[in-house]
Design a protein. Structure first.
Ligand code: AMP
Length: 390
């Protein structure tokens, strides 16, 4: 994969696809992590005297009323503050104003183009990778840098479209993500996978891909109960993915030595924090009880496998981490992997949110920020945004 240091950007017009899809509250940026994360790539291009033209999406644009709340203007302001230099914001995604601004750029100038998804208002041109739009944006620059990992699993005009017309590479953010995730392609052994979260249905692709490579798959969270049901346990009112019981049976049958299920769980009688909970052995659940977290013996069991791991990956929380009471299992294992320096990659989405809440995100080996992109990587799928660069 070509990265930023592999292509000549000196004095060039460099188009960078960033991920400035920041949370907004009443027109203000609620969290600027994604903007600060983009700075190394931008600064590197400035050091090389490039003319930097930034693209990003922000939210979804389905109707005219979505335009103003997804306006990228506040991002331009924040970027100016962070970089300590002017950022010209062009409130258009195409046309004379944009073209003139680019033609008048000097070295080290920065332009931020309006939200690429403004092009979705008529005919979803951005999201459907309209060929004319990708070619047009590409015509504005000399080279293309994709640094938006979160949309790498999508074929949009602002990533795949532009990349198919210009000499392209990935930026530092994507490079960092790939360097970590690629360690899972041919993992060192023992390779341990931790899976949690709600539904088996969402994780079928990940299980099918990783079960081939993993030495152990430790399953917690809501999805463990469908596996336990498949093993014949009474799971009471715990989360059940009825349609996938057979899938779970098949996985257990084909890989009996790899699948590790909870041996005890924290149970209660309603999906809330109001009631007290009990820790119960997995064979003792009553018909009116539901398991909302793994129990201490399961934590020990999981830890014993994790401490042997050469590398591990973890997708999905092991309990209902949104409730203080039922985030203990997830937190406990997070603390264990951090305290024991276990090389673990948190595979996007809710587990990264959980780790961020409890202060472990910065301490783990790698926390992948991709959400859907990370999940598709773990499923072994080809990611269109990367294929276009290859
Ligand atoms: P996912 O997006 O598939 O990773 O699922 C994350 C969700 O799984 C979180 O909202 C958790 O509350 C939920 N979850 C984890 N454990 C359980 C459980 N035992 N019962 C119900 N939901 C759970």
């Amino acid at each position: 994969m070509k990265t930023l240091k592999d292509i000549n950007i000196e004095n060039k017009k460099v188009l960078i696809r960033c991920d400035f899809n920041v949370p907004m509250k009443e027109g203000k940026i609620a969290d600027d992590t994604r903007i600060t994360a983009a700075l190394p790539t931008i600064k590197y291009c400035l050091e090389k005297n490039a003319k930097v033209i930034l693209f990003s999406h922000l939210g979804r644009v389905k109707e005219a009323s979505d335009l103003e709340k997804n306006n990228l203007a506040p991002v331009a302001k924040r970027l100016e503050e962070l970089l300590g230099q002017p950022v010209t914001f062009i409130d258009k995604t195409r046309g004379e104003e944009l073209e003139n601004a680019i033609n008048n750029m000097k070295e080290k100038d920065i332009i931020l183009v309006q939200n690429t998804r403004y092009e979705d208002l008529e005919g979803k041109k951005e999201s459907k990778n309209d060929p004319e739009l990708g070619a047009y944006w590409a015509s504005l620059g000399d080279v293309f840098v994709n640094d938006a990992f979160g949309t790498i699993h999508r074929a949009h005009a602002s990533n795949v479209g532009i990349a198919s017309h210009l000499n392209s590479c990935v930026g530092f953010l994507i490079e960092k993500e790939l360097t970590a995730l690629q360690e899972l392609d041919n993992p060192k052994h023992p390779f341990v996978v931790v899976l949690g979260g709600a539904k088996v249905a969402d994780k079928i692709g990940v299980i099918e891909n990783l079960v081939k490579k993993a030495d152990k798959i430790l399953i917690g969270g809501g999805m463990a109960f469908t596996f336990l049901k498949a093993e014949g346990y009474e799971i009471g009112n715990s989360l059940l993915d009825q349609e996938n019981i057979e899938f779970c049976q098949k996985v257990i049958k084909e890989h009996p030595d790899k699948i590790v299920l909870p041996v005890d769980v924290a149970v209660t009688t309603e999906y809330s924090e109001k009631e007290d909970y009990k820790v119960k052995d997995i064979s003792d659940l009553e018909y009116n009880e539901m398991g909302l977290d793994i129990g201490p013996s399961t934590e020990k069991l999981f830890e014993n496998y994790l401490k042997e791991a050469s590398i591990a990956v973890w997708n999905g929380p092991l309990g209902v981490y949104e409730f203080e009471k039922y985030k203990q299992g997830t937190d406990h294992i997070l603390k264990f992997v951090v305290d024991n320096n276990i090389k673990i990659i948190l595979g996007g989405g809710d587990i990264v949110a959980a780790a961020s809440q409890s202060g472990y995100k910065e301490k783990v080996y790698h926390a992948s920020t991709g959400g859907g992109a990370t999940l598709e990587y773990l499923e072994g799928k080809k990611l269109p945004g990367l294929e276009a660069i290859k």
